[in-house]
Ligand binder design. Structure first.
Ligand SMILES: [Zn+2]
Length: 367
């Protein structure tokens, strides 16, 4: 049985170690130490992702391994975080000037406590592979660079979802990144505006032709950044667009991506003196599992065994799970008891995190 006090302490320690994306060395060292103390063989790939393998015990050593995953980095503002426990002893929050970092430190703490409890119990365990990635925030870069030859598990859990651990994410969208550099012609805005081609006007024209927002029930798109121009009295020569398309349906994503490309082409033909350098690429692919998928069945059983009622949902965001699926590992995200990710209002619920550790331990137990 997980130890709630120890779990809370582990979580507090992790939260107090700053780990904004790109600065994961300190938290990595702390976690490597905790996992090595449990008897795991801790390795790192070239990117710095942590892969720890804990052999099974008793007769279960030959069972296929299960993967337990979370990410080590946080978003900003995430330095000098001071976790504060509400008087009810249930809710952790920051002092309001930073995020809490419950995303994804609650996930890390759940894995550490679930494993610790399983090792202490001494009951038969199946082999486990822990994957703690770097640089998940802002592009899943750790997972995308993970050395998958180190990972032999084909099923598992990604502890990185909002809400309670009973919430199992069975589908997530694919994301395409859309970036464009537009070059017009600079000219003095007062003396010779007719000799200029405004890159901002070209960009605006493109924007009005793109399908944006919630395009259909499975697809969204956004241009989140438009930059350009230099000075009030110069017809702007440069503009830059940065956006995205997401869909849980890969075919729809491909179609809307083609529609984006057509809109850029149309505007390009309206402004022959301007040049548009458009770049669209796949950041990650979609996944979805059926109600009878073995990973879902396994996780549901563990949630059930912990006295909770499993529920399934799809999300509009990607996670390391998208990348794991691409590599044949069906690891589903579950909730980690955290809410308001990526905001200074972020909170973590200790009872739900404790439930997470119980589900984690149940997963590790050999049947
Ligand atoms: Zn996260």
């Amino acid at each position: 049985m997980p130890d709630r006090q120890r779990l809370t302490q582990t979580l507090m320690e992790l939260i107090r170690i700053d780990s904004p994306t790109g600065e994961e060395d300190a938290i990595d060292a702390h976690l490597s130490n905790l996992l090595a103390n449990l008897g795991a063989v801790v390795r790192h790939d070239d990117y710095g992702n942590l892969v720890a393998t804990l052999a099974g015990s008793d007769g279960s050593a030959s069972q296929p391994p299960v993967m337990l995953s979370a990410h080590m980095d946080t978003v900003e503002p995430g330095r000098g975080i001071k976790p504060i426990l509400d008087p009810d002893g249930e809710t952790l929050r920051s002092d309001g000037t930073t995020i809490l970092g419950g995303d994804c430190k609650a996930g890390l703490a759940i894995v550490v406590e679930g494993l610790t409890s399983a090792v202490e119990a001494g009951t038969p365990r199946r082999p486990v592979q822990v994957v703690f990635s770097r640089a998940e925030e802002g592009g899943l870069n750790g997972a995308r660079n993970l050395d998958f030859s180190l990972v032999h598990a084909e099923t598992g859990i990604v502890f990185d979802g909002e809400g309670p651990v009973s919430r199992i994410c069975v589908g997530a969208p694919a994301q395409n990144i859309v970036q464009a550099n537009i070059t017009g012609v600079a000219a003095h805005a007062g003396l010779e505006p007719e000799n200029g081609v405004s890159a901002l006007l070209v960009a605006a024209n493109i924007l009005t032709r793109l399908p944006l927002g919630r395009i259909d029930e499975e697809t969204t798109s956004n241009i989140g950044l438009l930059q350009g121009g230099l000075k009030r009295n110069i017809v702007p020569e440069h503009a830059y667009l940065d956006g995205e398309l997401r869909s849980r349906n890969q075919a729809k994503l491909d179609n809307y991506t083609a529609e984006f490309e057509r809109a850029f082409d149309q505007v390009a033909s309206m402004y022959p003196l301007a040049s548009i350098d458009l770049n669209i690429w796949s950041q990650y692919r979609a996944y979805s599992v059926s109600q009878d998928h073995p990973s879902l069945t396994l996780i549901s059983r563990c949630v059930d065994a912990s006295g909770l009622t499993p529920s399934t949902e799809t999300t509009g965001g990607g996670s390391d799970a998208n990348v794991f699926f691409e590599h044949g590992i069906a690891a589903l995200p579950v909730g980690i008891g955290v809410r308001d990710f990526h905001t200074t209002r972020e909170t973590a619920n200790l009872s739900e995190i404790f439930d997470g550790a119980r589900v984690c331990e149940a997963l590790v137990a050999a049947e």
